[in-house]
Design a protein around this ligand. Structure first.
Ligand SMILES: Cc1cc2nc3c(=O)[nH]c(=O)nc-3n(C[C@H](O)[C@H](O)[C@H](O)COP(=O)(O)OP(=O)(O)OC[C@H]3O[C@@H](n4cnc5c(N)ncnc54)[C@H](O)[C@@H]3O)c2cc1C
Length: 324
């Protein structure tokens, strides 16, 4: 592994200044980044560690909103009473990540900003993510790749918390050389057709500082459902983050976002519109599952994700409406 310096700024402005050096990169828990460094996929001279900056690992209620520091670990987040009660989908997504060991070090910001886990990228193929101009999955082993939004790269966005944050209509607070800006979750993630080498709109010298969640309305129920190809230690093959605003058994509005199927968390506005104002019956849930896969464009080996996605949407919906 190439040697690098570790710097521990105490202020965010110093962290941002450190990131302006060539070959500097921000690190959270390091559970993704250090693997990339070991594999020589990322070769930093400086790691900018944010842990010495106070308050970045806290959850706080500010007026009607809740702010979550980007450095909070996934384990702490998943056990935080306010999050469990009012933003269940996020607690469930955080507790579905990997293993207890990784959740103990992995941070929320690192989870959202982790790089793709496509085997071509991780094995050093000269793909779009490694500075090349080809996606090897198109004619290769594409079992776990995108069925929506692919091209020219067909990675899937790997984060479990990202679909939950988009379903909750979160806003991301970002610090950079010009100060801070707020980016809605809907604008944070970038399709490969916009920039095939990156997964989000952060510049190299920007830091994801914290995440704002809007007030949780009284009738809201939410849930995260993740399908894996083994019992633990791994990313979603398909997942669904669902937030329903219910009046008794009528769905006033819904926000549904899929994980594991597209290069960004994949929202389903048409399905959301189908559900608004409706009583969720098994028939409607089945139709929602069918509508969820409209426009899917599977590759040679990932067609199984289409029926899987239908089932995940139908089951998550029925499970959530059964909750009183
Ligand atoms: C065996 C294994 C299984 C895994 N399974 C899952 C899984 O099931 N689900 C899942 O979602 N993830 C999974 N992961 C991926 C990931 O390691 C964790 O989810 C973790 O949350 C990453 O957080 P971190 O703080 O360790 O990130 P780091 O490794 O520190 O950083 C990851 C990336 O984010 C960037 N970054 C970190 N913090 C910031 C910030 N504040 N602002 C801007 N950029 C930042 C880093 O530069 C780096 O590129 C798995 C990883 C491993 C090794």
């Amino acid at each position: 592994m190439k040697s690098f310096a570790n710097v521990n700024p105490r202020e965010m402005k110093d962290a941002v200044a450190q990131l302006r050096q060539p070959n500097a990169i921000v690190v959270g828990g390091g559970s993704d980044l250090l693997g990339l460094v070991k594999e020589h996929l990322v070769q930093p001279d400086v790691l900018v560690n944010l842990k010495a900056i106070r308050g970045l690992d806290q959850v706080s209620a500010k007026g009607a909103e809740v702010h979550i520091g980007g450095l909070i670990t996934l384990d702490t987040l998943s056990h935080e009473p306010l999050i469990r009660k009012n933003y269940t989908v996020l607690a469930e997504a955080a507790e579905s990540v990997a293993t207890p060991q990784i959740r103990n070090v992995g941070t929320l910001a690192g989870n959202v900003c982790q790089r793709p886990w496509c085997w071509y990228y991780r094995n050093g193929f000269p793909c779009f993510k490694n500075g090349g101009n080809k996606c090897f999955s198109v004619a290769g082993e594409n079992q776990f790749h995108a069925i929506f939004g692919g091209g020219p790269s067909f990675i899937v966005h790997p984060s479990d918390t990202a679909p939950a944050l988009l379903a909750l209509d979160a806003k991301f607070r970002v610090a950079g050389p010009a100060g801070e800006r707020t980016v809605p979750a809907a604008d944070f993630f970038a399709l490969p057709r916009v920039n095939a080498s990156k997964e989000n709109v952060l510049a190299k010298d920007e830091v994801l500082v914290s995440i704002q969640l809007p007030r949780a309305a009284r009738g809201v129920r939410s849930s995260y459902h993740k399908v894996l190809d083994r019992e633990a230690w791994t990313h979603a093959v398909v997942s669904a983050a669902m937030v329903l605003d219910m009046d008794q058994d009528i769905c006033k509005s819904a926000r549904i976002v899929l994980g594991g199927v597209a290069p960004i968390p994949w929202r389903l506005p048409k399905v959301e519109a189908m559900l608004a104002g409706q009583r969720i019956t098994p028939e409607l849930a089945a139709r929602a599952g069918d509508a969820a896969v409209e426009g899917a464009n599977p590759l040679a080996k990932n067609g199984y994700k289409v029926p899987l996605t239908k089932a995940v949407v139908r089951r998550t919906l029925l499970g959530l409406t059964a909750k009183a």
